[in-house]
Each structure stands twice: as structure tokens, then as C-alpha cells.
Design a protein around this ligand. Sequence first.
Ligand code: BEZ
Length: 220
Amino acid sequence: MPSHLRLGCVAPDFEAQTTQGYIKFHEWSANAWTVLFSHPDDFTPVCTTELAEVARRASDFAKRGVKILGLSANDVSSHNRWAHDIQSIAQAPVTFPIIGDSDRSVATLYDMLDALDPTNVDAHGAPFTVRDVFVIDPQHIIRLKISYPASTGRHFDEILRVIDALQLSDRHAVTTPANWRPGDRVIIHPRVSDSEAHSLFPDHENITPYLRMTRDPTSS
Ligand code: BEZ
């Protein structure tokens, strides 16, 4: 069944218990970028490496104005016990909240449950979550959605890279090419006319009439 949550949709609001108390999602995320990310199960190896990586990279998210919110179909007391292991592996504190979604209400709302992997189920055969990532902007709009299987840990450099690209495209009339990294050349947005391109980006280069490259407007 296709997900009803598409890029450009308002991220559904919800209320949930987390390791940092009860939250109303839209209130909690108001005026900030948010990464809402699920993992399959507490006390499992790939998940532990992922949450340790996010704990270590907390300042990389904070400096982009991004709040982080984890989730799995375990309860908050399980998350709190597991956080000790994460902290000792990361050598960094777990400063972001993790939703205790043992009734799978948020996972169902966001269509995060695993429909494929028969090893990614609880003792009763109920599916756990996959490794979903939602990047949500300060207006609560879903701007990125990626799903990874339980067997594959995420690369958080890529998630930060997309956040950089989204924030750049929101501020300037540019898009980002394949394999773009901050500081690389960018593409002038197709909606910008050639005459506007000349005044906005005087040193740009036309590779083809529709592929107009210019320097990253934020680099000096
Ligand atoms: C893991 O985190 O290692 C994992 C969790 C659920 C299924 C498979 C792997």
C-alpha cells in the first residue's frame, strides 16, 4: 500500500511519551527543523551504532537548527536502560528524546512498520519499525523521507547533506547537483529566467541552456 505521507504534506501531529517527557509534536517542533527517525528495536546492534552516531553528531544537527526525535515500538523504560549502552559506546550523552511507541500509534500514523522482513518482528510476530527518516521543516512540512531496511545502518553524513541542500534551496533560487557537497557549485533553479540569472548570478556558466551552474551563494 503506498504511503499517504508525501513530500510537501504536513507532518501529522501526535502526542507521545518520550525519554524526555510527554510531547505534543507540533508544539515541540514549532519553528525548528526536525529529524524524526525510527529504529527497529532497542538493544540491537545496528540500532545501537546508529543512535551512538546521532549522539556523537548532536552538535552537527544543532548548528543547522535541527531538533532530533527518535522512535521505536519499545517503551520509554526500555529506551532509558538502553541509553546507558549508547552513551558508553558513543562516549557522548544521548541528548535527544526517543518516543516510546509500544502501541505503534505513531509508527502507524507515519507508515513506519516493516512489511517485508520476517526477522524484524516482536515475540508475538508484530512488525517492528524500519529505519525511516523524516526531515520536517519549521512549517511542519515533510521535506525528505527515506526508508532503510532493518539490516542496513544509515549514513548520517547523507542526512546532514540533504538538510544543507534543502536549507540552501530555501534561501537561494538554486538546486544541487548529483553528489553535491556544501561549497560545490550549484544549479540555477529552472524557474529563474536567463535575464534574472544574469543579475542574480553574474558569474554563472551555461553548460547547456537549461543547466546553468554557479558558485555556492553562501561561500565567499
Ligand atoms: C539491528 O539493529 O542490528 C537489527 C534490528 C532488527 C533487525 C535486524 C537487525
